[in-house]
Design a binder for this molecule. Structure first.
Ligand SMILES: [Zn+2]
Length: 215
């Protein structure tokens, strides 16, 4: 079992841990700050003892697998130093936090016309979520979603995440708690300004909404 340091402190960039398993290019540690792909959020990248971690994936049972660029020269039982690609992860944390706010505002602004369908991929570039739409998507209303989200972000609301009965939760003032195991910022003001736009239509009666960070 890999201890999830990224849940204890979402801002932890570096850590030391012991190798418990090596399968090919994949390394399992007793603890990690690397977030494994899940819930739409991509896996972290970074370095283990200077070797590039190109991806992080859920491993067997409760393990977390760090996929290295090359076959590692270290062995089971060795202590290694991990460092996540913080610039990339912080963008993901900001986008992920924004996605929760947009999720609630889409339903608030569009009302009964719009229902969440599925959340797609979240990487450092974009967050993409699909919604069921009964009517044609009104671009002006979407602009309103973007405006209100940016106003809320700016106000600086505390964002809480915690574990309860084996589940992980997200909560920000103004909105109800939501199940989510991803990584988020602690205060909405950290997100900065965002852009909300319509993505490629995912299918009949559906719209894809994409969120990106403004530079
Ligand atoms: Zn989340």
């Amino acid at each position: 079992m890999t201890k999830k340091l990224f849940w204890e402190n979402q801002y932890q960039v570096e850590f030391d841990a012991t190798i418990t398993k090596i399968i090919g290019n994949s390394v399992v540690l007793d603890a990690t700050g690397f977030y494994p792909q899940g819930g739409g959020q991509v896996g972290d990248t970074g370095y283990l003892n200077g070797i590039r971690v190109v991806d992080t994936q859920p491993g067997e049972e409760t393990d977390i697998a760090h996929i290295l660029e090359i076959k590692p020269f270290f062995s089971v039982g060795a202590l290694v130093h991990g460092k996540i690609n913080w610039e990339r992860r912080y963008k993901i944390m900001r986008l992920h936090s924004a996605a929760h706010i947009v999720y609630f505002l889409m339903q608030e602004v569009f009302g009964e016309d719009c229902k969440p369908a599925s959340s797609g991929l979240l990487d450092e570039e974009k967050e993409r979520s699909d919604y069921l739409f009964e009517e044609k998507l009104d671009e002006e209303k979407l602009k309103l979603v973007e405006e209100i989200t940016n106003q809320i972000i700016k106000k600086g609301y505390e964002i809480k995440t915690w574990s309860e009965n084996g589940k992980r939760y997200w909560k920000m003032e103004l909105f109800p708690a939501m199940k989510c195991g991803g990584t988020h910022v602690k205060d909405s003001s950290e997100i900065g300004e965002i852009k909300v736009k319509r993505g490629k239509k995912p299918g009949k009666g559906k719209e894809r909404i994409e969120i990106s960070l403004l530079p």
